[in-house]
Design a protein around this ligand. Structure first.
Ligand code: ZN
Length: 162
C-alpha cells in the first residue's frame, strides 16, 4: 500500500498520452509549483501532506481530500517527494570500507551518504542535467552541501528548452 513512485518526466509522458489536449508546459509548471509547495511544507487544509500529482490538477490538497479514499493503492506520486526513511545505522563509515571500494561521498563525520536520501531542489527539475547519471554525483554533492540552505544555487544549472 502506498504511492507508486514515478519520475516527473515519466509521469508527464503518461499523463499526456491519456490527456492529449493538455499542454505539457502548463502541466510541468503546475507540477513544479506543487513540488515546491510540498517542499516548503505546505499542507492540505486538513493538515496532511499534499499529494503533488493530484494537487497539480485541483490545487494543493492531500490524497484523501482529493479522492475520498483513505489510502493510495495504485496511485502515482512524484518520486522526489516520497519521503524515504533515514537510517543512520545502515550507513557505513569511511574507516570500515576498503580503500578500493570507496566511491560515492561522505558527510563530515565520515559516514557514507546515501544519495537517495538527498532532497532534490525544485530548480533541478527544469535543468538539462537532471537524470543524467554522469552529472548525478556532482549534483548530489552540490545538493548535499546546501541541504540546510534556504535557497539552492547551482552554477551548472541550464534550463531545459521546452
Ligand atoms: Zn486533506
Amino acid at each position: 500500500m502506498g504511492f507508486v513512485p514515478i519520475s516527473i518526466d515519466k509521469y508527464i509522458k503518461k499523463y499526456l498520452k491519456n490527456n492529449p489536449s493538455e499542454n505539457e508546459k502548463d502541466l510541468r509548471k503546475r507540477l513544479g509549483s506543487a513540488i515546491s509547495d510540498y517542499q516548503n511544507g505546505e499542507k492540505c487544509s486538513c493538515g496532511n501532506d499534499i499529494w503533488v500529482i493530484g494537487s497539480a490538477s485541483v490545487g494543493n490538497s492531500c490524497y484523501t481530500c482529493i479522492t475520498g479514499e483513505s489510502m493510495p493503492i495504485d496511485d502515482y506520486e512524484i518520486d522526489l517527494v516520497i519521503k524515504k526513511r533515514e537510517n543512520k545505522k545502515g550507513q557505513r563509515h569511511i574507516d570500515e570500507i576498503k580503500p578500493s571500494e570507496i566511491h560515492g561521498f561522505f558527510d563530515d563525520d565520515g559516514y557514507e551518504i546515501n544519495s537517495d536520501l538527498i532532497k532534490k531542489p525544485s530548480l533541478c527539475i527544469t535543468c538539462i542535467h537532471d537524470d543524467n547519471p554522469n552529472e548525478e554525483p556532482l549534483c548530489n554533492m552540490n545538493r548535499f552541501d546546501q541541504k540546510d540552505e534556504k535557497d539552492f544555487k547551482c552554477f551548472a544549472y541550464k534550463k531545459i528548452n521546452i
